[in-house]
Each structure stands twice: as structure tokens, then as C-alpha cells.
Design a protein around this ligand. Structure first.
Ligand code: ZN
Length: 133
């Protein structure tokens, strides 16, 4: 599925988009892998609360300040984007039960953009099976 991002750095809640892919897949039970093939985005699960979302971005900016003398900035000027992506990771796995994502009450799935705005692809891979629920 495609996600259009609108800022250089932002977290976009893609839970409903993923849930509709799962519903349309026609698989009752199994696992859902949500992954990004880009090197400057991440997939992460956490709470969609405005203050927390800005805290996550603030944490990453403190861990990985922009343009802090990185080698990759000599050719691409976005080393901070890659390094922030490494911290959050490129995929998450969520159990599927009765064609629904089995998420915790406060869990949402985010695409984290670190070098936007761009059109981004997120792969939703659903593997059937009964032992994950
Ligand atoms: Zn780069």
C-alpha cells in the first residue's frame, strides 16, 4: 500500500490502512508482517497520543542530531534519516485473529518518515496459520 508523507520527519498512523488490507485478504488467522523497504523510514508500534508522538521524534533528534559530521552527508546529506530509521527498525509483526489485527488496547502501527515528504510503499504480508493466536 502507498502512503504519502507530508513532512521531513513525522509518524503517520497506518493502523486502519493495515487493518483493511488484513480484512480484504480473506485470511482468518495467522500473522501480519508490516514492513518498509525504504532505508529512511521505519515501522513502529506504540501509542498514538500527540504528546508521545512528539516525544518520540524529540528522542530521535537528541539521539541522532542532524548534520553532526556524518560520512554519508558527503554524498547524500541525509545520514540522520538513515540512522533514525535504524533505531526504530523496518518491520513489525502482529497476530491476526478472525481477520482482525490483534493489537493491544493502546497500540497503533506507525510509518515513521525521516526524509520526506515522499510517496512511500508499505508492504503488508499476511501468512496464514493457526498457531499464532
Ligand atoms: Zn542517503
Amino acid at each position: 500500500m502507498q502512503v504519502n508523507t507530508s513532512k521531513r520527519t513525522e509518524l503517520i498512523d497506518i493502523t486502519e490502512m493495515v487493518a483493511s488490507e488484513v480484512k480484504n485478504a480473506g485470511i482468518d488467522n495467522g500473522i501480519c508482517i508490516i514492513r518498509t523497504a525504504h532505508t529512511t523510514t521505519s515501522i513502529v508500534i506504540n501509542e498514538n497520543e500527540t504528546g508521545l508522538v512528539s516525544d518520540i521524534i524529540g528522542m530521535l533528534e537528541r539521539f541522532v542530531p542532524s548534520h553532526a559530521g556524518y560520512n554519508h552527508d558527503r554524498i547524500d546529506n541525509n545520514a540522520d534519516s538513515h540512522l533514525r530509521s535504524i533505531i526504530l527498525g523496518s518491520s513489525e509483526i502482529v497476530p491476526v485473529k478472525n481477520s482482525r489485527l490483534s493489537l493491544g488496547t493502546w497500540q497503533s502501527i506507525f510509518l515513521a518518515e525521516f526524509d520526506g515528504p515522499r510517496k512511500r510503499n508499505v508492504d503488508v504480508i499476511i501468512i496464514p496459520g493457526g498457531m499464532f493466536g
